[in-house]
Design a protein around this ligand. Structure first.
Ligand code: SAM
Length: 206
């Protein structure tokens, strides 16, 4: 019998309640990036109930995930799922608004995974990419609003779509990164930070 994945309960819980989580094909793509780029330390913005954090931490026993969530109900559930998963000791859940929290000054990550409020993608990108090592990877979920009928957008969605489009331009044109947007899941932005790939600390922090 096939073993149950460590993230299965979090996924079922989220799906039954309509809590948005990363699409399976996008998660598989990130797992591939982790292997390809030798990623060990991930900073995730937007935990929800911990599905993606557990899934990415499960790629190997060397993975460490720091994940940020501001919603108290999500935090409570995420804490349960993370604690009871086999990789729970490698996932650190930080209860904070990502716009009010920063890693320690010289702390760096190999991957930044942005999956929180879409209207603040640029703010998350600018705030946390200085803590990404050169050669590290930024992944941004939900950048294409796939399946959304642009002619039927409501008053709240229209400005958000414009904001995401502006972010995508900024992301793709950023001179410090080699970026692309993949048409998988709800649109996945992937960017590799330019510079020395030896993981040494870069002077652009703080
Ligand atoms: C799409 S869900 C995350 C899904 C999760 N990454 C997964 O795939 O399992 C987005 C989450 O980001 C959280 N969030 C939104 N803005 C945030 C912020 N500024 N700081 C921390 N969390 C935030 C929301 O409360 C929500 O739970």
């Amino acid at each position: 019998m096939k073993e149950r994945a460590p993230w299965a309960d979090a996924r079922v819980y989220a799906e039954e309640r309509g809590i948005p989580i990363i699409a399976d094909e996008s998660a598989r793509c990130i797992e591939g990036l982790i292997r390809e780029h030798g990623i060990r330390r991930i900073l995730e913005i937007g935990t929800a109930v911990g599905y993606s954090a557990i899934r990415l931490a499960s790629v190997s026993a060397k993975m460490r995930v720091v994940t940020l969530e501001r919603n108290a109900k999500m935090i409570e559930k995420a804490r349960d799922f993370i604690r009871s998963s086999p990789c729970g000791d490698r996932v650190t859940l930080i209860e904070a608004d990502a716009l009010c929290w920063l890693p320690a000054q010289r702390e760096t990550f190999d991957m930044l995974f942005i999956d929180a409020a879409k209207s603040r993608y640029k703010a998350f990108f600018d705030r946390f990419t200085p803590h990404l090592r050169a050669g590290g990877v930024v992944v941004v979920d939900n950048v294409l609003f796939r399946g959304l009928d642009e002619t039927a957008l409501n008053r709240r969605q229209k400005p958000l779509v414009k904001k995401i489009e502006r972010f995508n331009r900024y992301f793709l044109d950023h001179e410090g990164f080699d970026a692309e947007i993949l048409e998988i899941g709800d649109g996945l932005g992937i960017a590799v930070k330019k510079g020395d790939k030896d993981g040494t600390f870069r002077e652009n922090i703080g």
